[in-house]
Design a protein around this ligand. Structure first.
Ligand SMILES: [Zn+2]
Length: 395
């Protein structure tokens, strides 16, 4: 709603000049609305001869519009038509904006500006409607929107797997529903006719929690994995290492560049010779610097992995105590596409391959304390391999 007020012409016009903005904001902060008056108000003068909003002949229409809306019986178009029949003149868009404007309830909206947050200020003008009537109407409007499906982005927290979980029979995403039995409510993930696959919500969730537990890392496995990944990164970085040798090389090159410059100034080099030398040296310098950049980038990637692994400790509990938005982010990062249950378990083929390896590694590591070398190698190669986005588990 606030975004809308930012776009009304009065607010847009604030871009005039610093002084105008400052003066206007000062007035707003005193509760004095300045600018062109909205429908239902005219600009009058107060006792100090300053401008103030005064209700005009349209005010009763506006009050009636709000009262009709608040009943919840009519929709916006119906209320608009009723008032139009009575002689109220407005466009539908203006009407729709009007019914959302808190100014009629006595509040002045001040937009955010520089380090000031947006705010509502108690206005000094006479309200046309009460604050309560205003908020009742907003509830009605928002409730309507929901029914129309405009807020369909809201996910039902009872079905966090919805959209990710696919039908094992026909591969369509399962929906979630609650049906009321005689004594109890039953929640299901289900497919549609003619398939009619149903999975009890509690079963699906318990299988899913079990899966999360299986990819959770214990402290032991975490440390081991970090060590493996670190070794792998060290290996890659050896060739790019920025050691004393590299620094020395860079210093030499920079000195050479100064020498060439001196030679040119002293007249020992032609302009062309100088430019050639300069170009060559600069290329060499860039090469060294590029290596440094590559190195720090690798380090960044390593840190990403480390943090990703950190968030895989106790992943089940993290998931259970989070809100539905986080849950869905997490699910999205575990499965590159969608997933299915197979024999009451998450189908392993659906899991992000890196997570899959990690889960497998953890399991083997738990079962058998001897650390299997080939396992380690396989995992580290997978982690360090090209094209694997560590950000996929940036939870
Ligand atoms: Zn199906």
């Amino acid at each position: 709603m606030l975004a809308f007020y930012l776009s009304i012409p009065e607010v847009e016009n604030q871009r005039k000049s610093q002084n105008v903005i400052a003066g206007r904001r000062r007035a707003f902060k005193e509760g004095r609305y300045v600018g062109s008056p909205p429908k239902g108000y005219s600009v009058g003068r107060d006792s100090t001869n300053k401008p103030i909003l005064v209700p005009n002949n349209d005010a009763p229409y506006i009050l009636e519009a709000f009262e009709l809306m608040a009943t919840g019986v009519y929709n916006l178009r119906e209320v608009f038509n009723k008032l139009k029949d009575k002689g109220y003149k407005s466009s539908k868009t203006a009407f729709s904006n009007m019914i959302r404007n808190p100014l009629y309830s006595g509040l002045v909206y001040l937009s955010a500006y520089r380090d000031e947050k947006e705010q509502f200020i108690e206005g000094i003008h006479e309200p046309i409607i009460t604050r309560m009537l205003y908020s009742k109407v907003q509830d009605v409007i928002n409730g309507r929107n929901k029914q129309k499906g405009l807020n369909h982005k809201k996910v039902n927290p009872a079905f966090p797997l919805r959209g990710f979980l696919m039908c094992p029979k026909c591969d369509k995403p399962l929906s979630g529903s609650i049906s009321t039995g005689r004594n109890k409510k039953y929640a299901y993930y289900h497919c549609f006719s003619p398939c009619d696959i149903r999975i009890k919500q509690e079963d699906a969730h318990s299988w899913f929690h079990h899966f999360l537990r299986s990819i959770s890392l214990d402290e032991n496995a975490y440390e081991l994995l970090v060590e493996i990944i670190k070794n792998e990164f060290d290996k890659i970085n050896k060739q790019n290492k920025v050691g004393p040798k590299q620094r020395e090389k860079l210093k030499n090159l920079e000195e050479k560049l100064i020498n060439v410059q001196d030679l040119f100034i002293d007249g020992d080099l032609t302009k062309e010779e100088y430019q050639n030398h300069k170009k060559n040296i600069e290329n060499l310098i860039n090469e060294v610097k590029d290596r440094q950049i590559q190195f720090s980038k690798k380090k960044e990637v390593f840190d990403l992995y480390k943090n990703g692994l950190k968030s895989m400790q106790n992943i089940e509990n993290q998931y259970i105590k989070s809100n539905v938005e986080f849950k869905r982010r997490l699910i999205g990062s575990i499965f590159p596409e969608k997933f299915q249950f197979q024999n009451k378990k998450v189908r392993t083929a659906d899991i992000n391959p890196i997570l899959h390896k990690i889960a497998h590694f953890t399991r083997v590591n738990k079962e058998n304390k001897k650390r299997d070398k080939s396992q380690k190698k396989d995992l580290s190669r997978c982690v360090a391999g090209a094209g694997l986005e560590p950000a996929t588990f940036g939870l």
